[in-house]
Design a protein around this ligand. Structure first.
Ligand SMILES: *Cc1c(COP(=O)(O)O)cnc(C)c1O
Length: 385
């Protein structure tokens, strides 16, 4: 079978460098695998340096960081949290953990992120209905900066704190300022599929020293300041281990290189898929001031130009043992969130119907990229007449 001819090409597999092993080795040699240790403080310092944020707390996952972020912003039972519909479920699950309700907002076409017009509509409508949302969960999907100028102005106008989900956007910038540094609290993920990985891990960043201290406290079982085990608040076991932080230190050395390579891969696909009818990389351009890490190269199909669909292309790639995935399915279309308020919805639903993510791992060779492009071309034989 043809699919056995090559090794499988994955969407975004881990890509380790040469130094991770040294940090891990040192932790084991020093018998310092736990508790928090030099790799953990080093990893947090590396993240602060890369993002320009004053404080960082390394955690067991990005989801854990969003959960703690919501608690830090005072979100609790009965509260409403504004959130894009077009995102991974991990953005919104923690809203449910704290007993709050997501209020979903549609995307806009240029960045695929939160539409400022729909956002304003959602805020004014929620206020008119008697409840002002407690916070805004802002996401930069596939590494592309959201419409920050407009969104920050709206958030300031309504005094809404921002929890910035930059899980996919480590290394992206807006007006030369790193994403993750725009919210009251920012979140990164070091899951296995992200631009850098600790196998599993996350981080919470903030410029507020008291919030960072509170995050550390909550992440380590909320133990009060007493010689015995004294607890007044619900705590969590969310701290990253000193071993995994060692992997993170090695990975952080590579951030610039990895962003450069992801952007090269995007540019390669853009150039080499340009000739195909009815398919193109998207969002094709970065709005002024935006610099995406291009975590995943994504393409859109145009049904007026081709009969191929994301699913037929995906299956075609499978015959070449190449993994691809549909874009995130909007959360307002998920059974989990039936009944949640939604403002707009056609933009992200349309993106989901037309889009596909292509293999974008930084270890891919030119031959790997050609293999993907040729398989995609095979999947687009018939232009619509
Ligand atoms: C990966 C991801 C998360 C969650 O991160 P984990 O480390 O996997 O828990 C949250 N939001 C978005 C947008 C993500 O892509």
């Amino acid at each position: 079978m043809r699919s056995q001819d090559h090794d499988r090409l994955f969407l975004s597999p881990p890509h380790l460098g040469r130094h991770e092993i040294n940090y891990v080795h040192k932790a084991i040699e020093d018998n310092w695998v736990a508790p928090a240790g030099p790799n953990l403080t080093g990893f947090e310092a590396d993240i602060c340096q890369a993002t320009g944020v004053a404080h960082c707390v390394a955690l067991s996952s990005g989801t854990a960081a969003i959960h703690l972020g919501l608690i830090l912003l005072g979100v609790g039972p009965g509260d409403e949290v504004l959130c894009p519909s077009f995102t991974f479920v991990a953005t919104a699950n923690p809203i449910l953990y704290v007993g709050a309700t997501p209020v979903f907002v549609d995307s806009e076409a240029d960045t695929w992120n939160l539409c400022p017009d729909r956002l304003r509509e959602a805020i004014t409508d929620r206020i008119a209905r008697g409840k002002k949302p407690k916070a805004l969960l802002l996401v930069h999907l596939y590494g592309m900066p959201a419409r920050l100028t407009e969104i920050l102005a709206i958030a300031a106008e309504y005094e809404l704190p921002i929890l910035e989900d930059a899980a996919e956007a480590l290394g992206s910038c807006f007006n030369n300022k790193p994403l993750g540094s725009f919210g009251t609290v920012g979140v990164f993920s070091f899951n296995g599929n992200k631009i850098l990985t600790t196998s599993g891990g996350g981080a919470l960043v903030t410029n507020d020293a008291a919030l960072a201290q509170k995050a550390r406290f909550l992440a380590t079982q909320a133990k009060d300041d007493a010689p015995h085990y004294q607890h007044s608040e619900v705590g969590y076991n969310y701290r990253l281990s000193n071993i995994l932080a060692g992997i993170g230190r090695g990975q952080m050395e590579l951030l610039c290189e990895r962003v450069k390579r992801r952007r090269e891969i995007f540019a390669w696909y853009k150039e080499h898929l340009a000739c195909l009818p009815g398919l193109g990389v998207a969002p094709a351009t970065e709005p002024a001031g935006s610099r995406s890490n291009r975590w995943l190269t994504t393409v859109l199909l145009d049904p007026t130009e081709t009969t191929a669909t994301p699913e037929t292309v995906r299956l075609q790639l499978e015959t070449h043992n190449v993994e691809s995935r549909p874009l995130w399915k909007p959360l307002h279309l998920q059974p989990l969130f039936v009944g949640a308020p939604m403002y707009g919805g056609s933009v992200c639903a349309n993106l989901f119907d037309r889009g596909l993510c292509l293999p974008s791992g930084t270890a891919m060779t030119e031959a790997d990229l050609r293999r993907v492009a040729e398989a995609v071309a095979e999947g687009l034989p018939v232009p619509v007449s």
